[in-house]
Design a protein around this ligand. Structure first.
Ligand SMILES: [Zn+2]
Length: 131
């Protein structure tokens, strides 16, 4: 049975937490890490499950979205996480990077440009910003 990607995360801890939650329901999930360049951007860690488990896994993940408080797992002085400029929470979500700009940077520079600004939003206080 081929594995399918069900979700992607910007940091490993969050991906592992989601995998752990699925394991509670006997769904085997694995975290796949992309190359360093992609892992540095949001979506660098992909959560994969067996195709047969996809529907059930989706339901579970939909239920825990916003339930996991990453602030409880990340040290307040850990600078490796993107934080909300308003409340300093690490529970932030990135909007998609414009694909055309990423492709252009790959063609021009040979690597994905991860400095393309994107929209961020805070799941705790609702703050939205561009970075
Ligand atoms: Zn916030």
């Amino acid at each position: 049975m081929p594995k399918v990607t069900i979700a992607s995360y910007s940091n490993e801890a969050e991906a592992e937490l989601a995998a752990g939650r699925l394991a509670c329901d006997d769904i085997k999930a694995e975290v796949h890490r992309f190359s360093r360049y992609r892992a540095m951007g949001a979506g660098g860690y992909q959560l994969r499950v067996e195709g047969a488990d996809l529907a059930a896994a989706r339901r579970i993940l939909a239920g825990i979205d916003g339930e996991i408080d990453m602030d409880e797992y990340v040290d307040a002085d850990d600078a490796s996480y993107r934080r909300c400029p308003k409340c300093n929470s690490v529970n932030v979500t990135a909007g998609p990077r414009p694909l055309a700009m990423v492709l252009a940077s790959v063609l021009l520079l040979g690597l994905p440009l991860l400095f393309v600004p994107r929209n961020w939003s805070c799941r705790k206080c609702g703050q939205a910003w561009r970075a």
